[in-house]
Design a protein around this ligand. Sequence first.
Ligand code: SF4
Length: 239
Amino acid sequence: MMFAPLSEVFCSVQGEGPYVGHRQAFVRFTGCNLKCDYCDTPVGIQEHCRFEAVPGSGIFSNVVNPVSNAAINEMIDSFNGLHSISLTGGEPLLHAEFIAALNADKPLYLESNMTLPHMAKKVKDCLSYVSGDVKLLPNHLLEDPESHLDRTIECFRILKTKKDRDCFCKIVVTKDTQADDIEAVVNTISGYISCLILQPVTQKEMQPYSGYLLDLQNLFLNEVDTRIIPQTHRMWGCL
Ligand code: SF4
């Protein structure tokens, strides 16, 4: 049996990207190797993982951390009608061995910051969906921006779209995001992804001008299917 530290397990709908509205179980891992300006997720290790047994009820029970793969599968199996299981965080790839051994009976949907290629190799054969972020300066604290970019591109190469896996790229756009920075990545990974999602940052004070988002979409449309999709779960207050 294997164990991992989690912050929460619940059932809701995907709020971001091309699978928005699909019903998922969310398994949120703790711990992250990055520090983003707009991060809204508690990433520190907690004593308990909270479990919402009845979707949307807001009633949680506590499960002691770390949680076993058997216990996670039991929680997931209690939910009906799942499209897939979202592995989110924090950074779930920090727990790649655990994910590879999860053995869940629903497709796995990884939400990753795409900076840990050596861990991506360990899960590449068990994922059906990959929602890969590209973290750009200046809204992320990157120790080594150049190697960061190389590692991101390598992660997309390892987890690229193929017959039994959909990999797409999501970039959170703030008023400080530069088109040149996006272009440098998109030109390299466009062959690995099914679409590019430009996600305007949710925090109002950091949001880009709407015309700028449309200009960005126009810039990349000929290279890859490019869509502008904000975080939708924030609009109706769900997890
Ligand atoms: S990668 Fe995600 S979880 Fe980690 S700091 Fe950035 S936004 Fe937060």
